[in-house]
Design a protein around this ligand. Structure first.
Ligand SMILES: O=C([O-])CC(=O)C(=O)O
Ligand SMILES: [Mg+2]
Length: 236
């Protein structure tokens, strides 16, 4: 669906300059989806908060840990071929299907160096990753549930198929935005209106913070002028 659309350099620049919670709040204002959808929950941690914002299009992969047999290598090479064929920054989104994600690292320094070479900027997974010092030094984003010392007998079982991570369906081509706070999915149809919505979020927060810092502050006054989260939810 979104596979063939690529963000323009201007759109990428804009998205890189906004933190993920502000993107989430701006999307909330646009009311394009349920407020409780469109992001990954905090079980998937940002491993390298100091790297700042990650923006890219998803390339989805399902990963598992082969038991009692040699791992099949075909998905591994399919991943790199598929990545090479994509344009613009890519975020590899890896769904764990092993059932034991705390026991297997799905990528490390070598894989991510190759991934970077082929246009990826980060990996998001509900499984494990490793070689954290080297990957951090390379400026490659990691969002994961675990760090794991061994790659066990990992196998990439499906490449490019939609995945379900933390209850969110993610498809190859979807726009992914992440930082120290977590990962939010940006619907393509939001892109044109997003700068205005971000401006409105920032202005509202600045107004609130100014009032909270002012000598005139009283709770009743804040209640009257509060702008944070001002857009009512559809169910309110
Ligand atoms: O060995 C692996 O498959 C993962 C890893 O540590 C690397 O890519 O360096
Ligand atoms: Mg390694």
């Amino acid at each position: 669906m979104a596979d063939d659309r690529t963000p323009s350099p201007a759109e990428l620049d804009f998205l890189a300059g906004v933190d993920s919670p502000t993107v989430a709040n701006a999307l909330e204002r646009l009311a394009l989806r349920d407020r409780r959808a469109g992001y990954l929950g905090g079980r998937i941690r940002c491993n390298f908060p100091e790297l700042g914002t990650m923006v890219g299009r998803a390339l989805t992969v399902t990963a598992t840990d082969a038991v009692g047999r040699a791992a099949d290598q075909s998905g591994y090479w399919e991943l790199w071929e598929r990545l090479e064929a994509m344009t613009g920054p890519v975020v590899i989104v890896m769904k764990d299907a092993s059932g034991t994600p705390h026991r297997v690292a799905y990528a490390g320094e070598i894989m991510t160096t190759l991934a970077q070479r082929l246009g990826a900027v980060g990996i998001v997974t509900d499984g494990g990753l490793r070689d954290v010092a080297e990957v951090r030094a390379n400026g490659f984003h990691y969002f994961s549930r675990y760090t794991v010392v061994s790659h066990a007998n990992f196998e990439l079982s499906a490449v490019g198929e939609p995945v379900l991570i933390d209850g969110e369906q993610i498809s190859t081509g979807d726009l992914v935005h992440g930082d120290a706070n977590g990962v939010v999915l940006v619907p393509w149809e939001a892109l044109d209106a997003l700068p205005g919505a971000v401006e409105a979020v920032r202005a509202g927060e600045a107004r609130d913070l100014a009032y909270l810092a002012s000598d005139d502050f009283i709770l009743a006054g804040y209640r009257q002028q509060r702008s944070y989260g001002a857009t009512p939810s559809p169910s309110a």
